[in-house]
Ligand binder design. Structure first.
Ligand code: ADP
Ligand code: MG
Length: 729
């Protein structure tokens, strides 16, 4: 039985890199060829339709039916000319995966004629069978009538559907018949609109020409690669996406030897391959070759408008999984696939750009621009400070729970890193008491603001342990889980910043109405904001035990469990915020909360079952067999009169017995607890019980199993070991 592991190892070790040729010599010749992008539209649409569609893309406006018909026609002929046979609305339901329902472009009638099915109507709106997607009580599953609606701001693209054909995928929203969002994209789009409105209004104090603010996102994606054969030899990876057992080899040191190793050829081939495929789909990716842990890699796309970046990230994850198959790999996006080894995050690099070409989070050498920069920066800090728990809620999941606030760092504390120079600049701003009321240009000088930029330019300090770090001209939210859809987090971030900017405008308008000078009023408000939120700033090692204590002293939250974190979504102040910003109504937020809890329960339940099953049917059974072997040896020694020599073996037998007994007891107790949790009949309570009581067994059982792994003969051990999985050739 245990030979399964060795068979898998044999297969994995015999594999060679699969060579990949570039699709064309120059990137320009294949970049975006699988997308229905602006260039294609310009070539295929009438000038009128092209104008109207680009307008809709830029302003998020609606597209008339006649234009939709024309676009649908062009899309169809373009897709068919490239080998597509089917089309689908491609959307992001709250399951966390992307969803599609493929329809053929043509129907064959009874008399054998092909009739066209894809017109403007089908482009704009579709009716998937919504019953299979979660709605958190919003929709009675028996009246599964939601619909998907085309999002023209994200270009349609072609996907290989595996069977040789291609499918035209049309990025879409997914909403219920009564108009509630059933997906990630709908609230995201609304949050982007809210942020645009609020940030534009504030931007106008500095530059009247600002009439649009676009949030930008560059999501760096971390992931692990495991050989396909080894993956399938680990039922826990297959079923739960992470290893529930496994002793990490000599924690730390042995792994570190491989830390800066060069990329293994097979991995390199995979990276090159998915990079080509991603570029064909118009995704600006740069694969990164800096592993953080053995077997771990990273891909960093160039930033794009947030909605597009999120579609691209979801698509990229699908694509990576497909390309990995070809290279006999499995991609793990799970937040913590291996204990004792770095987890995987999705680092969300976020900023705001204006129609005038300005990055609102980029420091400047000009005093006036400095004030603008500080205004946006301080408002973001204040927003994060005031809504840290909501931000924490937005990254809560069963997977991320293993990464944040578990046994290993990082903790689940939201803090902001600004870097020494910027912190000092804000500190100066706060403590400067003698603000001159002199009018005129030198007001910035009097405020000391002219000196900030030169200080900031060499601000290259980095803090890799901060969950929310300012990195020169953007914030990087690193606590987002590797498998997450960033939309939840981006929706919350946009919402809280939009709300904060709106409050800033109100505060400022009151002062302006009182005749205060604009710049002075702004500085004064920023001072107050800084004072009110500076406890969230932290420059030190966010992974240290001292920080956990220090944060507690500062009164910052450290919400470890997901159900507890998620509960913040439905607090009155959160509901009010989503409503005020026009992003989600109460029912929508509540249903999301419900769905996230259900997902959580399901995940932990699966893990718990896998743990029980592996422990009993793989580990304990192996241990008992090994005990037989040991017992025979001991008996033989005793028969030969070698009693002393038999003693250590008897000790081993005793140790194995003790561990087996603990495992058996704990697995039984865990199963009982699970039953109790399932029977509570209340999602919130069930989730809470899973998070605490059921999960409490995981580490205890794991501890014993990992000890057995060290004792039992390597030849007999059934599960592929960490060192075998992590060091890809
Ligand atoms: P570094 O690695 O030094 O942090 P990079 O330039 O490699 O910086 O950027 C890291 C990520 O941040 C990339 O995905 C990049 O596209 C993204 N990024 C850069 N500028 C912005 C911005 N203005 N808005 C959003 N993301 C950005
Ligand atoms: Mg990064």
């Amino acid at each position: 039985m245990s030979n399964f592991r060795f068979k898998a190892l044999e297969i994995a070790q015999s594999r060679q890199a699969i060579a990949v040729a570039p699709p064309a010599e120059r990137v320009g010749d294949y970049y975006g060829i699988n997308t229905f992008n602006k260039e294609v539209m310009r070539a295929l649409l009438s000038p009128e339709a092209y104008l109207r569609i680009t307008e809709a893309i830029e302003t998020g406006g609606k597209v008339d039916r006649d234009i939709a018909d024309e676009v649908a026609g062009a899309m169809k002929s373009w897709a068919i000319s490239k080998g597509a046979t089917h089309y689908t609305h491609w959307f992001q339901p709250l399951t966390g995966e992307t969803a599609e329902k493929h329809d053929a472009f043509f129907d064959i009638t009874m008399d054998g004629k092909a009739i066209e099915k894809f017109k403007g109507g089908a482009l704009v709106q579709q009716e998937p069978d919504a019953s299979s997607f979660p709605s958190g009580g919003l929709r009675n599953t028996f009246e599964a009538r939601g619909y998907t609606g085309w999002d023209p701001s994200s270009p349609a693209f072609l996907m290989d559907n595996g069977a040789g054909g291609k499918t035209l995928c049309i990025p879409s929203v997914f909403i219920s018949y009564t108009g509630e969002a059933l997906d990630y994209k709908t609230p995201l789009l609304k949050s982007l609109a809210a942020l645009d409105k609020a940030a534009t209004a504030v931007g106008q104090y500095f530059d009247r020409n600002i009439d649009k603010v676009t949030a930008t996102l560059g999501p760096e994606q971390e992931y692990f690669l495991v050989d396909r054969a080894l993956f399938y030899a680990r039922p826990d990876l297959v079923l739960a996406g992470r290893t529930v057992f496994g002793h990490s080899p000599a924690r730390g040191q042995q792994l570190e030897d491989h830390y800066f190793g060069s990329i293994p050829p097979r991995v390199n081939a995979f990276m090159v391959d998915f990079e080509f495929e991603a570029m064909k789909l118009g995704m600006p990716v740069r694969t990164r070759h800096n592993e953080v842990a053995p077997g771990q890699f990273e891909v960093a796309p160039t930033f794009e408008e947030v909605n597009l970046a999120i579609d691209h990230n979801a698509l990229l994850m699908d694509l990576m999984e497909k390309v990995a198959e070809k290279h006999n790999f499995k991609v793990l996006f799970h937040e913590k696939p291996f204990a004792g080894i770095n987890g995987s995050g999705k680092h969300n690099n976020w900023s705001m750009g204006t129609n005038t070409g300005v990055n609102l989070l980029a420091p400047s050498t000009k005093p006036k621009e400095s004030l603008r920069f500080l205004t946006f920066l301080t408002n973001v800090v204040k927003a994060v400070h005031d809504n840290a728990d909501l931000l924490r809620a937005s990254i809560a999941s069963a997977g991320n729970e293993h990464r944040l606030g578990a046994n290993e760092a990082p903790p689940a504390i939201v803090s902001v890193f600004l870097g020494e120079t910027l912190t000092k600049a804000l500190e100066d701003l706060e403590t400067k008491n003698e603000i001159s009321l002199n009018k005129g240009d030198n007001v910035y000088y009097k405020l000391g603001l002219n000196r900030i930029p030169s200080l900031m330019r060499d601000n290259t300090d980095r803090n890799r342990t901060s969950p929310f770090a300012f990195t020169g001209n953007k914030f990087e939210f690193r606590a987002v889980g590797g498998s997450a859809n960033s939309a939840s987090t981006m929706t919350v971030l946009n919402a809280i910043v939009a709300d904060q900017l709106t409050r800033f405008k109100q505060d400022l308008d009151v002062r302006l109405a009182n005749g205060e000078k604009k710049e002075l009023a702004i500085v004064d408000i920023l001072k107050q904001y800084y004072r009110a939120s500076k406890r969230i700033l932290f420059e030190g090692n966010g992974y240290s035990e001292e920080w956990v204590e220090e944060a507690a002293r500062r009164g910052l939250s450290n919400i470890k469990s997901s159900p507890e974190a998620l509960a913040v979504y439905v607090k009155p102040e959160s509901l009010a915020l989503f409503e005020r910003t026009g992003i989600m109504g109460h029912a929508e937020v509540e249903s999301r909360y419900e769905i996230e809890l259900e997902k959580y329960i399901k995940k932990v339940q699966i893990e718990s079952r896998v743990i029980g099953d592996l422990a009993m049917n793989h580990v304990v059974s192996t241990a008992l067999k090994y005990q037989n072997k040991l017992a025979e040896t001991a008996r033989a020694l005793v028969d030969l009169g070698m009693n002393a020599e038999a003693e250590p073996i008897k000790d081993l037998l005793r140790e194995i017995s003790t561990r087996v007994i603990v495992i058996k007891q704990k697995v039984e107790a865990m199963t009982e607890t699970r039953k109790k949790a399932n029977n509570l009949g209340d999602t919130v309570e069930t989730a809470r019980m899973y998070a605490t009581e059921v999960k409490d067994f995981f580490e205890v059982i794991r501890y014993e199993v990992d000890k057995l792994e060290l004792i039992i003969d390597d030849e007999d051990w059934p599960l592929v070991k960490y060192r075998e999985m992590l060091f890809v050739k």
